[in-house]
Structure formats: structure tokens, C-alpha cells
Write a protein that binds this ligand. Structure first.
Ligand code: IPM
Ligand code: MN
Length: 367
């Protein structure tokens, strides 16, 4: 007789496809590996890391920014943990061999249509934001960015005198990301601000119509409002505390999330999760490969650690370990364990990593 499969909730052994990529991606991934080693020892969660190439590193080794071996490893995994892709070395590459192409293909190949970028300001970090501290109190917003459609994936062409990037969205693409945003909003304050450019763009008018219908028919408890993207860019700076969930298309979400990262003080603090309908997901810091500081051992690893926490929560069914990791991170912030993007003469990546690991190991005693 076949042994019954262990239910997912009881499974404490996971496979993670680990894709360090380029630039500081390699450094923050190495830091995450140390945190995962503590989790393995202290929390009895077995996480097998299957390290593979992506981005410029993959182009150099194989000519392909997303080699078949990487795709195969991701298929066998419960989640993907990614560092960053890109760098000046590959800037003049043809489109198909650009490192970013590997990232765009992995998102699309695995149907990761829903990108979450939580922006939470911690009082210990208020002083590092260009915004006044009084504007930052209570900021806790979640950007839900559609990730596999729109202008990023439309037809692209170029002739001698012109260039074209087509933006299109189907109803189904808008519906599925709206449902996800609604489910997440219901676990928060229940408010969604849908951001578009409906005064100009036809795709935006479709977004507005579809989001309104999904909310009215399926999630009547949600309080929905709409905002034009230019106005949203301004309100993120004038009253960021008013947002709960901000739902938007691929390109607007890309731009607004970099802007929103400054509420926290640094790009080096913003994590992300890219999800589909099931538990599978890709987790990566938002900051990118930061070629200017790569190789110096000073990259801020917090966005990566927060991404690991999201992975533990959304894909690995270990919410208590995710909480412990986040608490350890906050403890380090409160004790001034910060890198040079935030403070002069700040800690190195290794020093921050050691502090977080030490706190996490100690936190376990109290669980
Ligand atoms: C991001 C990045 C990517 C994007 C690039 C590297 C393709 O900026 O994840 O925000 O534009 O989506
Ligand atoms: Mn971006």
C-alpha cells in the first residue's frame, strides 16, 4: 500500500532553488545562507539549497540568462530565492542576452503574476528617510504589482525611425491579481487604492472597470478607491500613512515601489515576494545588483533577510520562524546595527549578518 503523503502543513523539509545572480546579489545571498543555517539548526526546518545560475553570471557561463538547468531546479523546488541580476558588464548585450531577461523570463515561465512589496517604516529608521518623521508614523503599506503582463511583456519592435512597446492587459490577468490583492487586504485594513492612468490609457480604463466589478461582486467588504499614477506618486510623499494596499499594473508598480522604498530610508530595506495561485513563490530584494558597491562587503542584507522571512511565511508554511526572523531584524535596527547606505561608518554585510544570526539563535530559546 502507498504511504499517504505528509500534509504540507507538517512538512518541515523544503527545497529552495537559490539564484544569487550578479553584483551584490551574490553577497546578500551568502548572508541569507548564514541565516538559513541558523534556522536549520535552531528551528528544525530542513531547507535544501539548490544553487543555480541566473542573469549575467549565467550569460557568462552558458550564453543564456536563464539556462535550462536553472528552470529544472526551480520546478523541483518549493520556492525560489534570488539575489539580483544585471551590471554594466552586460549593458551592451543584445536583448535576449541581457541579465534582466532572465528575471523577466523566470517570472513569466512560472506564472508569478502577483508581486508583493511591503513598505513598513520602523521608528528606529525614521531618521534615515528624506521625509519628516511625522509623516512616517504608522506607514504600513503593501504594493501589489501585476508582474507578468502589460508593457513589460507586450510586442516590442524597432525600425529605423521609430520604436514600439505595446501595453495590453486581458480581463483575466486583471481579475486574478485583483483577487489576490483583495484576499491580502482582508488580512489587513481592508482598503485598496487602485492606481492607473485612466484619464489617458485604455488599458487603465479596463483595469478600473474590472477591479471595481471584482470588488463589488466578490469582496464587498473591501473599501476601494482609485488614484491616477501621477497623483499617487505625490501622495506617497505627502500622506504615505493613508495607504493600505496599493494595487497597480506592472510598470507603475515598478516605479512606485522604488519611490516608496525611500519611506524606509534605503532601497536596501525593501523585500519582495512574487506569487501565483498556489504556495510557490520567488523571493528577492527590490534593490537590484548595485554595481557601484558590489564586491566591497558593504551591501545592506536586510532586504534579503526580509525576503527570506516572506518566503518562510508564504511558501514554506513556517510563519513562526518568519516572525522570529523579523523580530531579530527589528531588534538589530533598534540597536543601531546598520549598513553604510544608512549611516556613515556603518557595519559591513558580515557584521549585520552575524548580529541577526546571533539574535535569531537567542530568540529561539524564548519560542
Ligand atoms: C524590479 C526590477 C526589474 C523590473 C528589472 C531588473 C527587470 O527593476 O524588480 O523592480 O523592472 O521589474
Ligand atoms: Mn524596479
Amino acid at each position: 500500500m502507498k504511504t499517504p503523503a505528509v500534509p504540507k502543513a507538517l512538512k518541515k523539509s523544503y527545497r529552495v532553488a537559490a539564484l544569487p545572480g550578479d553584483g551584490v546579489g551574490v553577497e546578500v545571498y551568502a548572508a541569507a545562507k548564514e541565516v538559513l543555517a541558523v534556522i536549520r539548526q535552531q528551528f528544525s526546518v530542513e531547507i535544501h539549497l539548490d544553487e543555480q545560475l541566473i542573469g549575467g553570471a549565467a550569460v557568462d557561463a552558458t550564453g543564456d540568462p536563464l539556462p535550462p538547468a536553472t528552470i529544472a531546479a526551480c520546478r523541483k523546488a518549493d520556492a525560489i530565492l534570488l539575489g539580483a541580476v544585471g551590471g554594466p558588464k552586460w549593458d551592451s548585450n543584445a536583448a535576449a542576452q541581457r541579465p534582466e531577461k532572465g528575471l523577466l523570463r523566470i517570472r513569466s515561465e512560472f506564472g508569478l503574476f502577483c508581486n508583493l512589496r511591503p513598505v513598513v517604516t520602523h521608528p528606529a529608521l525614521h531618521q534615515f528617510s528624506p521625509l519628516k518623521a511625522e509623516k512616517l508614523a504608522g506607514v504600513d503599506l503593501l504594493i501589489v504589482r501585476e508582474l507578468t503582463g502589460g508593457i513589460y511583456f507586450g510586442e516590442r519592435r524597432r525600425d529605423a525611425e521609430s520604436a514600439h512597446d505595446v501595453c495590453s492587459y486581458s480581463r483575466a490577468e486583471i481579475e486574478r491579481v485583483t483577487r489576490k490583492a483583495c484576499q491580502l487586504a482582508l488580512q489587513r485594513d481592508g482598503r485598496i487604492t487602485q492606481v492607473d492612468k485612466a484619464n489617458v490609457l485604455e488599458t487603465s480604463r479596463l483595469w478600473r472597470e474590472v477591479v471595481a466589478r471584482v470588488v463589488a461582486e466578490e469582496f464587498p467588504a473591501i473599501k476601494l478607491d482609485n488614484m491616477l499614477v501621477d497623483s499617487a506618486a505625490m501622495h506617497l510623499l505627502t500622506r504615505p500613512g493613508d495607504f493600505d494596499v496599493l494595487l497597480t499594473e506592472n510598470l507603475f508598480g515598478d516605479i512606485l515601489s522604488d519611490e516608496a522604498s525611500m519611506l524606509c530610508g534605503s532601497m536596501g530595506l525593501l523585500p519582495s515576494a512574487s506569487l501565483r495561485q498556489d504556495h510557490f513563490g520567488l523571493y528577492e530584494p527590490v534593490h537590484g545588483s548595485a554595481p557601484d558597491i558590489a564586491g566591497k562587503g558593504i551591501a545592506n542584507p536586510y532586504a534579503m533577510f526580509l525576503s527570506v522571512a516572506l518566503m518562510l511565511r508564504y511558501s514554506l508554511s513556517c510563519p513562526e520562524v518568519a516572525d522570529a526572523l523579523e523580530q531579530s531584524i527589528f531588534h538589530c535596527w533598534e540597536n543601531g546595527v546598520l549598513t553604510r547606505d544608512l549611516v556613515k561608518d556603518g557595519c559591513t554585510t558580515a557584521q549585520v549578518t552575524a548580529a541577526v544570526c546571533e539574535r535569531l539563535a537567542a530568540a529561539h530559546q524564548h519560542l
